[in-house]
Design a protein around this ligand. Structure first.
Ligand SMILES: NC(=O)c1ccc[n+]([C@@H]2O[C@H](COP(=O)([O-])OP(=O)(O)OC[C@H]3O[C@@H](n4cnc5c(N)ncnc54)[C@H](OP(=O)(O)O)[C@@H]3O)[C@@H](O)[C@H]2O)c1
Length: 283
C-alpha cells in the first residue's frame, strides 16, 4: 500500500513512521505544508498518490486551545476537513486519529463508540466537530479514538514524572481523572492493521485497563525503583484552563472486532521505560 501521514513529526507520528514493513510511506509535518491550506494539502496528496491517508496532525495543547479557540478549530476541524476532501478527490481511504476528550466523562463504565459526544473543552469540541464533518465527507472513513498517549520523541507523562522526581522528594498528582494510558508503539501497530483492513467507522484503540493519573505516576516511580513519594490530589486543587473528563475509559469492543487486542497499559509502560533507557544510552 502507499500511505501518506499528516502529523508524521509528532509524538504518535514518529512511532507510526517506523511501524510499516511492506508499505511505501510518506510523512508530512507542518514544515511540509499547513493543513489549514486546502490547496497545499491537495497538492501533497496528489503528489504522494496514497491508497490510504492517516491524519494525526492537530493542535494538541489542550489548555492552549482554550485561549486560542479559532486556531484550535482551524487546525483540528478545518484542517481535517481539508485532508478529507483531498482523500475524496484522489480516492484514498482515510484514518483520522481522535480523542477520548470528545466525551464529557460523566459515565462510570467504558465509553462505547456510539455514546453521545459531549466535549467539555475547546480541544475536545474541535475534534468532535471534525469527526462529524469527516463522516459526512467520507462515510467510509475510519475514526480511531485513543487516549493518554506516551512514547518516545515528544512530551509525555512518564517523562514529566521522571523529570520532576529527579528534583523533588514528593509529587502531587490528581487521582480523580481516570483513563487508559496508551503506548504510541502499540497504537501504531493497531493503526497499521486498521489501514490494511481499510476499516470503516469509529474504533476505540487504547492499551487495556484503566487508572488515574495518580496511579499512573505511582506505577512509573515504582518501575524505576525511585524513593519519590507520590501523593494523591484532586482536580479542584490543580485548576487548569481546560476541563478534562473525570472518566474517559474507551471500551475495547470495537478494536477487538477488528482482531486487535491491545496489551495492558502496565506492560506497555514497562516496555516504554526500557525503550527510554536504550534511547538515553544510545542517543
Ligand atoms: N497526545 C495524546 O495524549 C492524544 C490523546 C488522544 C488523541 N490524540 C490525537 O492524536 C493525534 C497525534 O497526537 P500527538 O500527541 O502525536 O500530537 P503532537 O505530538 O502534538 O504532534 C502534532 C503533529 O501535528 C502537526 N501539526 C500541527 N499543526 C499543524 C498544521 N497547522 N499543519 C500541519 N501539521 C500540523 C505537527 O507538525 P510539526 O511538529 O512539524 O509542527 C505534528 O506532526 C492528534 O490528532 C491528537 O488529537 C492525542
Amino acid at each position: 500500500m502507499r500511505i501518506t501521514i499528516f502529523g508524521a513529526t509528532g509524538l504518535q507520528g514518529k512511532s507510526l513512521m517506523g511501524a510499516w514493513s511492506d508499505d511505501a510511506v510518506t510523512g508530512f509535518g507542518s514544515a511540509d505544508g499547513d493543513i489549514r491550506n486546502a490547496e497545499r494539502v491537495s497538492d501533497l496528496v496528489r503528489r504522494s498518490r496514497p491508497d490510504g491517508i492517516v491524519h494525526l496532525a492537530a493542535y494538541t495543547d489542550v489548555d492552549g486551545c482554550e485561549a486560542n479557540r479559532d486556531l484550535a478549530f482551524d487546525v483540528n476541524c478545518r484542517g481535517a476537513v481539508n485532508v478529507a476532501q483531498a482523500a475524496r478527490q484522489y480516492g484514498a481511504h482515510l484514518l483520522f486519529l481522535s480523542t477520548d476528550y470528545v466525551f464529557d466523562g460523566t459515565k462510570t463504565t467504558p465509553y462505547a463508540t456510539d455514546d453521545r459526544r459531549a466535549a467539555r473543552s475547546v480541544y475536545g469540541r474541535s475534534k468532535a466537530d471534525a469527526e462529524v464533518q469527516l463522516s459526512q465527507i467520507l462515510p467510509d472513513c475510519c475514526i480511531v479514538r485513543t487516549s493518554w498517549l506516551f512514547g518516545a520523541g515528544g512530551k509525555c507523562f512518564p517523562d514529566t514524572i521522571l523529570k520532576l522526581a529527579a528534583s523533588r522528594p514528593q509529587l502531587e498528582v490528581v487521582g480523580d481523572q481516570r483513563g487508559s494510558p496508551t503506548y504510541t508503539v502499540d497504537l501504531a501497530r493497531a493503526i497499521v492493521q486498521l489501514c490494511h483492513q481499510s476499516a470503516k467507522g469509529i474504533v476505540h484503540a487504547t492499551n487495556f485497563g484503566e487508572c488515574s493519573w495518580y496511579e499512573f505516576a505511582r506505577e512509573i516511580i515504582a518501575n524505576e525503583g525511585l524513593p519519590t513519594i507520590v501523593r494523591e490530589t484532586s482536580s479542584d486543587k490543580f485548576v487548569r484552563p481546560a476541563q478534562r473528563p473525570k472518566y474517559s475509559v474507551l471500551s475495547p469492543e470495537s478494536s477487538q472486532k477488528h482482531g486487535i487486542a491491545m496489551p495492558d497499559w502496565r506492560d506497555a509502560l514497562q516496555r516504554y521505560l526500557a525503550e527510554r533507557k536504550t534511547n538515553v544510552a544510545n542517543p
